[in-house]
Design a protein around this ligand. Sequence first.
Ligand SMILES: [Zn+2]
Length: 248
Amino acid sequence: MKYITKYKSPNYNSRNKSKIQLIIIHYTALRNTKEAISYLCSKEKKVSAHYLISQDGVIYNLVNEKFRAWHAGQSFWQDIIDINSFSIGIELDYSPIGKNNKFSSKMISSLKKLIIKIKDKYKINKKKILAHSDIAPLRKKDPGKYFPWKLLENEKIIFKFQNITKNDTKIIEDWFNKYNITSKKRIIIFALSLIGYDTRQVYKNLKHYNRLISAYKSRYLSELTYASKETVYTNIIKHLFKNLLTKN
Ligand SMILES: [Zn+2]
């Protein structure tokens, strides 16, 4: 796989021996690759990513994988708070409001190859290939609801939770009920926290709860624009069930 290594970001530090376990996908929300390179390589901006992929599918390696790039910001997944130390960050030259508002097939084809390469190299679990919005649902929307997650799922590059029958979800519901977790909202929050999401600030704050749900929907239910509360609930239960059954 060929990378452009001409541009380097000064924005990185040591991983302090943290093991790489996650891949985080972003979009730049900038106008083009040139602007993205200058932003991600500017000392003043204090941000970076290991990789940037252009609309033409060119991959720029801006930070060596062995270092901790600064792409995640304040974020959380499972028990990890310092996501930057444990992850590889990939930026896509995409802006929802720019001329680069399409995930081009060349871009996605390069992204797929890059993910597979990193995944194999560090033995990264398919469940740990995540959106920035997964790890910071209250702050971030990228890579957004038009990102082709389904394509990556169908090609078995990332985790797919569908294909669970309705009956299977009963096991999970019974299990929650056994522990007196009976309201659907509580079950949703509990399930999302078991999947990995940061749910610490959501139970008593409706705005935060809604943001978490929309982050989840943009990632997993983007084809169902008007998914009902019931659909979201059933899908989260199925998701948890499949999550518990699947090792990788
Ligand atoms: Zn991001």
